[in-house]
Design a protein around this ligand. Structure first.
Ligand SMILES: [Fe+2]
Length: 361
């Protein structure tokens, strides 16, 4: 598999994975050959990136961070949750949450992550269903937070509290006018200040649910605070920001940057990581930045890369012990001519490095 921009899709590519709508119906099955009709339909649904397969990337098979079934059910839960309260102006009178379903989803995410491979690297970045970015984002932030918390040695109880905060961190966006949340152009300054209220709204809404721990609820209002004091809404700094909020804030920032939005394309993971780990004007605590550098692969599986000798290839796997030096399936010479595929293990090739991320071939 590999990720390509939809405008590079052509006949000969197949879909690598099923594409579902949020009612759980399978719209396109894995393996279907792309044609102009399918690409047009996906494009009109809002897809900008596709996960495809062809002979070039045969044998590149990333493992999902959580099972597909759990992801789909959690996204559907968040879709229904947002739908039930979107557009309500009176937060106190808005419908309640299905807390049992929320806790069950969070427990299932924690169980899969905690029982999975020890020291698993976040080496895959998927493509979101554009039908409901907020629901997809909520689930991915919960999953990434579970990986960070797990790497930090959290026990199951703390992991669950963290993941509840991650899943519900942006619940307050439901109370921001929909035309602003769904705006297809970049925000004007006035739009941004209105959007920034979502944390306050979310905190107010969740204060009704005392079954949710206070530290999980606080994530809604604190996840845009930054250790530098330059976040919002209160400009908290350093240890004034609870660790759950720092983790969720970093994961939501990473996921936002690496996702397609109506007004821009996804950014490469290595650039998003640069923002997370910047020490010049740090946004996150040093202990979190250490974890990110050990956990998030800068070149996830399925990424096109150029090697320092000019050859081009696709990241095939990311070794846990050398996450910046992945295994690359090299398929093109420096002139872009097809060559017999070979796998270069950068962890064992000290003279080679990744020199760039080309636009796809
Ligand atoms: Fe947010």
């Amino acid at each position: 598999m590999r990720l390509i921009s939809i405008d590079k899709a052509h006949f000969g590519h197949s879909l690598y994975e099923h594409i579902f709508n949020l009612d759980g119906q399978c719209l396109f099955t894995a393996g279907i050959k792309l044609d102009a009709n399918i690409v047009d339909r996906l494009s009109s649904m809002g897809y900008k990136t596709l996960v495809i397969a062809d002979t070039l990337d045969a044998s590149i098979e990333p493992r999902p961070l959580i099972s597909d079934g759990l992801r789909l059910s959690a996204v559907r839960l968040m879709h229904k949750t947002f739908q039930a309260i979107r557009g309500k102006t009176d937060i106190d009178a808005a419908p309640g949450l299905d807390l049992k379903a929320v806790f069950d989803a969070c427990n299932a995410i924690v169980d899969e992550v905690a029982m999975g491979e020890r020291r698993r690297v976040v080496d895959v970045i998927g493509v979101k269903n554009p039908e409901d970015y907020a629901a997809e984002h909520a689930v991915q932030v919960a999953v990434l937070s579970a990986y960070v918390g797990s790497r930090m040695g959290y026990n199951l109880m703390h992991l669950r509290d963290l993941v509840v905060g991650g899943l519900l961190h942006d619940i307050g966006e439901a109370f921001v006018p929909a035309e602003l949340v769904n705006k297809k152009t970049k925000y004007a300054p006035d739009d941004s200040s209105k959007m920034q209220l979502h944390g306050v709204f979310g905190f107010k809404y969740l204060s009704r649910f005392t079954e949710i721990k206070a530290t999980s609820r606080a994530v809604t209002i604190q996840h845009h605070e930054r250790v530098s004091g330059k976040g919002y809404p209160k400009g908290l700094s350093g240890t004034q920001i609870h660790q759950y909020s720092g983790i969720v804030g970093a994961c939501e920032s990473f996921d936002g940057m690496t996702s397609d939005r109506p007004y821009r394309l996804r950014q490469p993971a290595i650039l998003a990581l640069g923002v997370l780990m910047s020490s010049k004007e740090p946004q996150f605590a040093p202990e979190l930045r250490d974890i990110f550098s050990q956990l998030f692969a800068p070149f996830p599986v399925g990424t096109w890369v150029t090697l320092s000798d000019g050859r081009h290839g696709i990241v095939k796997a990311v070794p846990k012990e050398a996450i910046t030096r992945p295994d690359v399936k090299v398929v093109y010479d420096p002139l872009g001519q097809t060559i017999p595929a070979t796998v270069v293990r950068l962890s064992q090739s000290p003279t080679l490095r990744i020199s760039g991320i080309p636009s796809e071939f």
